[in-house]
Design a protein around this ligand. Structure first.
Ligand code: ATP
Ligand code: MG
Length: 351
């Protein structure tokens, strides 16, 4: 198949990990006879430096016309002055809004070979395979805000339609997994959560084959640490999802391992590792490219419907995590490019 992929390497380690992910996508194209074209665009701090804005019009237009978008990371100390007129993160928020990507998917696995790095102590707890589905374009982050000298408000608003589309996505995803959805809310206190829960209950009737469980967000924060292997798909609103997914990321052992996908109505999507620009290690060829490479696998799966290719990349990554080499963040000595080459070798050997 033909696909046009826009890359937004961004700042810090973004270009290094994105280059590794692109190399893997090129190997997939060669191995499976696909025609992938790549177009690099600027976002974040580097775009502010070059064009005076964090999401130049040309970059946005390219992303809107692409079949999928692969992003590295944005931001860094050079652009972190809170009084600066423009900030790198604004580019990412504007891109998410423009692409209408309301469902943020974050798979979490604790790889057996890295179990020692996880803060989870009990071996049985380490068999973790959770897919978080976080609502990304509503709730308190986007509601009206007010501020006077001594009072501030953040409106948290959800419509049934906003809840329904992300919850349906979660149920659909559960059908390809272990058919268990956990919906997280605070329905004992919040009206938006009561709307969320009643909407989830109505939609669940269309998925009799999927088991539904409700959890309050405060208990869920605890259960993620005490019984993480119980969960399959976890769906929740924007703010709760932001907090729970960062908590969950800590279980994996390193931020550098985890991918994400942000999806909307069409097949286009935004794919990025969950880590930030890691300015402390940028430019040294030591960043772990695994999260970026697994994001490329999610791109193949969700935007291009190339499931076998996605699985082949995941298997290659699994092979490297199991047998090494490993980057410094997970206790090894290997460079970014050595991990790229090891994943490519495992892919060529097994695909
Ligand atoms: P942001 O504000 O952009 O989310 P952050 O403050 O969460 O960023 P990161 O940039 O993700 O922070 O970095 C947090 C720590 O994790 C740093 O010490 C960084 O070096 C490390 N880190 C992040 N990504 C990677 C990676 N791919 N490989 C190795 N270490 C990483
Ligand atoms: Mg962060």
């Amino acid at each position: 198949m033909k696909a046009h992929i826009v890359t937004l390497p961004g700042d810090g380690v973004g270009p290094e990990v994105t280059a590794a992910a692109v190399a893997v996508l090129q190997a997939v194209a060669a191995r499976y006879s696909h025609e992938f074209s790549f177009e690099e665009q600027a976002i974040g701090g580097c775009a502010i430096d070059a064009f005076g804005e964090p999401l130049p019009a040309a970059a946005l237009a390219a992303c809107q016309q692409a079949d999928a978008v692969l992003l590295g990371a944005v931001g860094g100390p050079k652009w972190s002055d809170p009084n600066a007129p423009v900030r790198p993160e604004q580019g990412l928020l504007a891109l998410r809004a423009a692409l209408g990507v309301y469902a943020n998917l974050r798979p979490l696995q604790v790889h057996p070979a890295l179990a020692a790095l996880s803060p989870l102590k009990n071996e049985k707890l380490k068999n973790v395979d959770v897919l978080f589905v976080r609502e990304l374009t509503g709730g308190a982050y986007f509601g009206a805000k007010t501020r006077t000298a001594d009072t501030a408000t953040d409106e948290c608003k959800y419509t049934v339609a906003e809840v329904e589309r992300v919850v349906r996505r979660a149920f659909d995803l559960a059908r390809d997994r272990r058919r268990h959805v956990t919906s997280v809310d605070k329905a004992n206190v919040l009206e938006t959560s009561r709307l969320w829960r009643s909407t989830v209950q109505r939609i669940a009737a269309d998925y009799p084959d999927v088991k539904l469980e409700h959890q309050l967000v405060d208990s869920m924060a605890m259960l993620l640490l005490t019984q993480p292997s119980r969960y399959d798909v976890v769906v929740t609103e924007n703010l709760f999802g932001d907090i729970l997914t960062d908590e969950a990321a800590a279980l994996a052992g390193s931020l550098g391992l985890l991918p994400s996908a942000s999806l909307g109505e069409g097949s286009n999507g935004l794919y990025e590792p969950i880590h930030g620009s890691a300015p402390d290690i940028a430019g040294q060829n030591v960043a772990n490219p695994t999260g970026a490479i697994l994001s490329a696998a999610m791109l193949l799966r969700h935007s291009l419907q190339l499931e076998a290719e996605a699985v082949a990349i995941e298997a290659a990554v699994d092979h490297v995590l199991t047998h090494g080499p490993h980057t410094r963040d997970i206790g090894g000595q290997a460079s970014t490019t050595q991990i790229r080459d090891a994943v490519l070798a495992a892919f060529e050997a097994h695909a």
